[in-house]
Design a protein around this ligand. Sequence first.
Ligand SMILES: [Cu+2]
Length: 242
Amino acid sequence: MGGLVVALLGWSIVRYRVREGRDPATFFEHVRLELFYTAVPLVLVAVLFGVTMATQRDVGRVASEPDVRIEVTGFQWGWRFRYLTEGITIVGTSIDRPTMVLPVDATARLTLHSPDVIHAFWVPQFLVKRDVIPGRVNRLDVTPTRTGTFGGVCAEFCGLDHTDMTFTVEVVEPEQFQAFVARQQQQQQQQTGQMPPGTQGGGSDPGGQALPAGADRGVQATPAGGAQTSVVPPPRPQLSVG
Ligand SMILES: [Cu+2]
């Protein structure tokens, strides 16, 4: 492209150079040409704008009744996944990475919270990245369509251990998801001696509460049924620009 421009430049410099006995062209204005090079970029921008708006609306659309509601908290440096209806919490840090388990073909509503600085929730296979901003709750619906293990990262530089702020997403069959929930409910009841499952963390939880003490001890989720064999290493974290 650069070569073409330089070639055209050279051609017009040589072709229209000053020569003896020839007056320069005296016309000014070329209405049709000006209309043309005004209209073409306008149309291009308008079309791109329309396509972008339509796509963004699709990507950002949230379901009226998601199947799973998870409050995602990104903090320095780790993630907490609170399953609001199921009343279970998975916490992991840069040392003990957490795993989010999702049922396949179900819509999960993720609400994104940060108690400290800006992070970004990114699972490349979800094809969407969303900032996690203190004082603001971003929402994201994901509907995984195939089972598997996927790596996730914090995609916004957030301090010392940013690069280790990774997590895993396990997409499993619905029965495996139920087994995972039951196991976690049992474990977490034993650990904390709390109320029975179902009576804590209702769907109307406002979220944004402080991290529990000892959050860095965490609870590591494991996939149900041990059916997951492929483990995809989380991709290297990347910084988002701007
Ligand atoms: Cu971060």
